[in-house]
Design a protein around this ligand. Structure first.
Ligand SMILES: [Zn+2]
Length: 325
């Protein structure tokens, strides 16, 4: 019965729009035990567009039509298996939970299998005065609270997973007031005008980031999106046939140019490769560049790689990584 109740609430919420204004005083803390921009990332914000288009609270592209919550994404399945805690965003009472839904493997998401259980394994907390938070897509078997439990802000509820309607491991957090969902980053207005519900000490970390590098590393050959999603890609050895650098980035824009430059221990350029300008906005984008081995082995020393994203002639995102052979 609890599962059914949670489902009814999810369906009802997906057809409502954000509440226009919330009484002040209610504050939330970051609902996940990782550092935004370092080992977790915001993949999608709530949608502020009332029509079929979509815009996030800064009128940016990091959302999709009808998205009623915030997606906190972890880098890969390896991170999911190590375990990242989902924590209560505020004190309250657990109203309902669901567990027992399987987590999808990398690249194996099947929408048809999650109809009616889109939230996957989840927790619903009542905070009083009409405020609720709901946590979705948690790891199967990880939920450690039950209906009726009183929880403190920051208390672990379970682990980030990929259950329900989740194409990658992440926590989806929906915030509701009087049954209507709203955006904790900007309640009541879009384009940066709304009121933040995040507590003061979390706001710097939760600052809006228009683009991020989700994964970056060296590999011994070409990699696929599923390889990156699984994580644990082996680094090249001195005798590897190739030396490759891969990057997966978030929230790139149409027209963005991504460039990877790799330099060897002697400072010589081994690869310098620019991908064609993106023809549309991308929630995530994967690129790699590299070089085949010419001699008997890769010379010892430190290899460095630089990834840059150029937008309208300006560098808007960059990352440097190195490998010691
Ligand atoms: Zn979501």
């Amino acid at each position: 019965m609890r599962g059914l109740w949670l489902l009814a609430l999810v369906v009802a919420a997906s057809f409502s729009r954000p509440a226009t204004a919330a009484p002040s005083g209610f504050q939330l803390q970051k609902p996940i035990a990782c550092t935004i921009g370092h080992d977790c990332f915001i993949q999608q914000y709530p949608d502020h567009d009332p029509g079929p288009a979509a815009k996030d609270y800064r009128c940016g592209i990091a959302t999709y039509d009808g998205h009623d919550g915030t997606d906190f994404r972890i880098p890969d399945k390896a991170a999911q298996m190590r375990g990242v805690n989902v924590v209560a965003a505020g004190a309250g009472v657990v109203r309902a939970i669901r567990d027992g839904q399987p987590d999808f493997d990398a690249g194996a998401f099947d929408k048809a299998r999650v109809e009616g259980v889109e939230c996957g394994n989840g927790v619903l907390i009542e905070h009083g005065n009409g405020w609720q938070t709901q946590y979705c897509h948690m790891r199967q078997g990880s939920i450690r609270v039950k209906a009726g439990d009183r929880v403190e802000a920051g208390q672990p509820l379970g682990l980030v997973g990929q259950s329900g309607g989740a194409e990658f491991p992440h926590l989806h957090l929906t915030v509701r007031h009087d049954g209507k969902w709203l955006d904790p980053f900007a309640d009541g207005a879009a384009c940066g005008q709304g009121q933040s519900l995040w507590r003061a000490e979390d706001r710097a970390e939760l600052v809006y980031r228009d683009g991020d590098v989700l994964n970056a590393g060296f590999a011994a050959g070409p990699v696929t999106m599923d390889d990156i999603e699984r994580g644990g890609i082996a680094q090249p050895a001195r005798g590897s046939a190739a030396l490759v650098v891969y990057i997966r980035a978030l929230h790139l824009h149409a027209g963005d140019i991504q460039r990877i430059t790799i330099k060897g221990p002697d400072g010589q350029t081994l690869a310098d490769s620019a991908a064609p300008a993106l023809d549309h906005d991308k929630a995530q984008s994967m690129v790699f560049a590299g070089k085949k081995r010419a001699g008997p082995g890769w010379p010892a020393g430190t290899y460095t790689a630089t990834y840059t994203v150029i937008r309208s002639g300006r560098t808007v995102l960059s990352k440097t990584l190195s490998l010691k052979e």
